[in-house]
Design a protein around this ligand. Structure first.
Ligand code: COA
Length: 362
C-alpha cells in the first residue's frame, strides 16, 4: 500500500466511522429510553400496590363490620390475588438493587438479568454447579471412608466451605432476579458454611476419629440426595420453560400439579431419610460431647445439626402442604410465572381460556 492508497483507505474508514457514530447514538438513546421505561414501570407497580393496599383494608373493615361476603367481594378478592401474582412476575423483569450481602461481597455491581432465557441459563448453571460439586464431594467422602489420610479429609472439608459459600452468593443473585427460593434454604447454606468452617478447625483427636466415619457416610448420602434433587429441579425448570412456550395446557389443575411436580414423591423418601440422618449425626455428636477430649466444636456442631434437622423437616413439610392445596392462589401464581416466561399475553389468554384449566372450587 502506498501513501495514496492509505489516504483513500482512511477516507473510506471515516465514512464507516460516521455510520458507527449514528448507530451508537441510537443505542445510547434507546438505553436512556429503557432506563425511563424501567423507572415508570416501577412507579406504576408502587401505585398498583398502594391502591391495592387501600382496597384490601377497606374489604377487611367491611368484613369486621359484619357485612355479608357477596359474589362481588369474592370476585374482587380473586382479582386482587391474581394481580399480586402478576405484579411479582412483572417486578422480576425489572432491575433491582443488590441485597446487603451482595453489596458487601460484590459491591454495587448490577446483577439483574433481564432476559428470560439468560435467567433460565443462570438457574440451570446453578443446578449443574451443585451437581458437579456433589459428585466431587461423593468421591472424596467415599475415598475418606477407606483411606485415613488427614490432608484428604481437609480437602473435602475445605471444598464444603467453598461450595456452601459460593451457593449463598449464587442464591442471592437468583433472589435478586425473582427466584422464590425460601429464606430458610438460603439460611441453611449459611449455616452449612459455618458447620464446614467449624469442622475445618476441629483438631485431629480421639472424638474426631469417632465421628469421622459417620460424617463421611453423611456427606456421601447427601451427595446422592443432591443428585436426585438436581433431576427433580431441572425437570421443574424445563417444564416451566415448556409452560411458557405454549405446551401442555389442555389439562386440569390437578393434572397440572402431577405434571409440574413430577418426581417429587420419588425424591421425598430420600429427603426425609437425610433429615433422619441429620438427627442421627446430632445424636452421635451429643454422645461424643461427653468424651474427655471433646473440644468446643462437638457441642456447637450437635446444635447446628439439630437445628438443620428441625428446620429442614418443617420447611419441606410446609412446602408439600402448599403444593397439595390446589388453591386459587397457586393457580394465579402459575399463571403469572407462565406470563413472565412467555411474555406473550395473547398466547397465554388462549392457553388459559375459561374451561381449560379449572379448579373444582372455581
Ligand atoms: N435449594 C435451593 N433452591 C431451592 C430449594 C433448595 N433446597 N428448594 C426450592 N428451591 C427453589 C426452587 O428451585 C424455586 O426456584 P425459582 O423460583 O427460581 O424457580 C423456588 O425455590 C421455589 O421452590 P418451591 O416451589 O417452593 O419448591 P420446589 O418444588 O422447587 O422444591 C423441594 C421443593 C422440597 C423438593 C425442595 O425445596 C428441596 O429439595 N428441599 C430439600 C433441600 C434439603 O433438605 N437439602 C438437604 C438434604 S439433607
Amino acid at each position: 500500500m502506498d501513501i495514496e492508497e492509505c489516504l483513500k483507505e482512511w477516507e473510506d474508514l471515516t465514512t464507516d466511522y460516521k455510520r458507527l457514530e449514528i448507530v451508537n447514538k441510537e443505542y445510547v438513546t434507546k438505553l436512556e429510553e429503557v432506563g425511563e421505561l424501567q423507572a415508570s414501570c416501577m412507579k406504576e407497580i408502587n401505585h398498583q400496590k398502594y391502591r391495592m393496599f387501600i382496597i384490601n383494608n377497606a374489604l377487611k373493615r367491611l368484613e369486621k363490620k359484619g357485612s355479608t361476603k357477596d359474589e362481588r367481594v369474592a370476585k374482587l378478592e380473586k382479582e386482587i390475588m391474581k394481580r399480586k401474582a402478576m405484579l411479582h412476575e412483572i417486578n422480576a423483569t425489572l432491575p433491582k438493587q443488590n441485597s446487603l450481602y451482595l453489596r458487601i461481597i460484590l459491591g454495587n455491581v448490577n446483577v439483574s438479568i433481564l432476559n428470560k432465557n439468560d435467567k433460565f441459563k443462570y438457574k440451570d448453571e446453578y443446578e449443574k454447579f451443585k451437581l458437579i460439586l456433589s459428585a466431587i464431594a461423593f468421591v472424596l467422602a467415599v475415598a475418606n471412608l477407606y483411606i485415613d489420610f488427614r490432608p484428604l479429609q481437609l480437602i473435602l472439608i475445605f471444598l464444603l466451605v467453598w461450595y456452601y459459600c459460593t451457593l449463598t452468593i449464587r442464591e442471592s443473585i437468583l433472589k435478586v432476579n425473582g427466584s422464590r427460593i425460601k429464606g430458610w434454604w438460603r439460611l441453611h447454606h449459611f449455616i452449612s458454611t459455618v458447620v464446614s468452617g467449624i469442622l475445618l478447625v476441629w483438631p485431629q483427636n480421639e472424638p474426631w476419629e469417632e465421628f469421622r466415619h459417620t460424617f463421611m457416610w453423611f456427606i456421601a448420602y447427601i451427595s446422592v440426595v443432591q443428585y436426585m434433587q438436581f433431576r427433580y429441579q431441572s425437570g421443574v425448570l424445563y417444564r416451566l420453560k415448556a409452560l411458557g412456550a405454549r405446551h401442555n395446557m389442555d389439562i386440569t389443575i390437578e393434572g397440572f400439579h402431577s405434571w409440574m411436580w413430577r418426581g417429587l414423591s420419588y425424591l421425598l423418601p430420600f429427603l426425609f431419610g437425610g433429615y433422619v440422618f441429620q438427627l442421627y449425626v446430632a445424636y452421635t455428636l451429643y454422645n461424643i460431647s461427653y468424651h474427655p477430649e471433646a473440644t468446643w466444636q462437638v457441642s456447637y456442631l450437635a446444635a447446628c445439626f439439630l437445628t438443620l434437622h428441625c428446620c429442614n423437616t418443617y420447611t419441606t413439610l410446609r412446602t408439600l402442604r402448599k403444593k397439595t392445596q390446589s388453591g386459587m392462589k397457586l393457580r394465579y401464581r402459575l399463571y403469572a410465572i407462565a406470563y413472565r416466561l412467555s411474555n406473550e399475553l395473547a398466547i397465554l389468554e388462549q392457553k388459559w381460556r375459561p374451561g381449560k384449566v379449572e379448579t373444582k372450587s372455581d
